[in-house]
Design a protein around this ligand. Structure first.
Ligand code: ZN
Length: 90
């Protein structure tokens, strides 16, 4: 009688465990397909959008771009973290 109960409990435990593992696998596969889909890849944020960071051309500090702290040189836009860094590179 007790052995049967243990067997049932063990079965329930194994089924629950398997369900969890299958859930993780399907979730992982879903995320993998989402990353590979071209529609997701083309959704890169526009330059200057909030949260994007640029490396300071003088000291290498990453900061959000500010309109007055950029410099055009050889067709490239240089970004600076502060006025002093901009002055050093000017
Ligand atoms: Zn700097």
């Amino acid at each position: 009688m007790l052995r049967a109960l243990i067997y049932i409990l063990a079965s329930i435990f194994i089924i629950t465990l398997l369900r969890g593992i299958i859930g993780i696998i399907t979730k992982g596969v879903g995320q993998l397909f989402e990353e590979q889909s071209p529609t997701q890849a083309s959704k890169s944020p526009a330059p200057g959008a909030g949260g994007e960071l640029y490396k300071c051309a003088t000291c290498g500090t990453f900061s959000s771009p500010k309109a007055n702290l950029t410099l055009q040189r050889n067709g490239q836009t240089l970004y600076f973290c502060s006025e002093s860094c901009k002055a050093k590179n000017a």
